[in-house]
Design a binder for this molecule. Structure first.
Ligand code: IMP
Length: 202
């Protein structure tokens, strides 16, 4: 069954970069990504200490839905939880990516990896979305490696040290929004969402 695509999806996030990336990724499908703040300005959710991004995203959407389902008027809602998973560090910082970034930062991760040959890592993005009737969950990955040198000014978080495997050797921070979006874990998760709902693909 081919499903009618939504005209817009409300995204619960405080991160403008995530909003821009999701907007860029969905623009081909003419689906507008809007910040949930546009219809509900003071939503506070408890960040669960989940063992993986999927668990965190699911817990967050349940909390947000509880607060705004009436205001959504049948519109779709999405939340995302993402992180950087470094192989040589057993997946660290993973679900703690945001906290680690705001404490020891990029330099802390680089220090931990300096003596290690294996620099492989991946970003994971877990999206939970509400289609007006049900909650669905999808996950996207982006494989790459950590650069010991921080390069570039765009993007956010660990982008200055993340070199995507499918790229040309530049870090995500050295790419334009369009270039990062073509490769990112967030776009991969959004593609899964489109596939799952079986409306014309990206
Ligand atoms: P959260 O999903 O808001 O909990 O935060 C995820 C954290 O993972 C961010 O604060 C970043 O540190 C990191 N992260 C996730 N996705 C990206 C990305 O696309 N670029 C850079 N850092 C990311």
């Amino acid at each position: 069954m081919l499903r009618k695509k939504p005209e817009q999806i409300f995204f619960h996030t405080g991160n403008e970069h995530k909003l821009d990336e999701a907007s860029q990724a969905m623009s081909e499908l003419q689906i507008k990504i809007r910040s949930l703040k546009e219809i509900s300005s003071s939503i506070s959710v408890v960040e669960p200490q989940g063992e993986n991004c999927a668990h965190v995203a699911h817990s967050k959407i349940m909390q947000v839905l509880d607060l705004v389902e009436d205001e959504l008027n049948g519109n779709w809602l999405m939340v995302e939880d993402s992180g950087l998973f470094v192989d040589a560090l057993g997946g660290f910082p993973g679900v703690y990516s945001s906290y680690v970034h705001s404490t020891v930062g990029i330099e802390g991760i680089v220090k931990l990896l300096e003596e290690n040959k294996d620099k492989s890592a991946r970003y994971i993005s877990s999206i939970s979305f509400w289609d007006g009737e049900r909650i669905h969950s999808v996950q996207g990955h982006c494989k790459g490696r950590i650069s010991l040198e921080s390069r570039g000014d765009s993007g956010f978080g660990y982008d200055p040290i993340f070199i995507p495997e499918a790229g040309d050797g530049r870090t995500f921070s050295e790419m334009t929004l369009l270039e990062k979006t073509a490769l990112s874990h967030r776009t991969m998760a959004l593609k899964m969402m489109v596939e799952k709902l079986n409306f014309p693909s990206m």
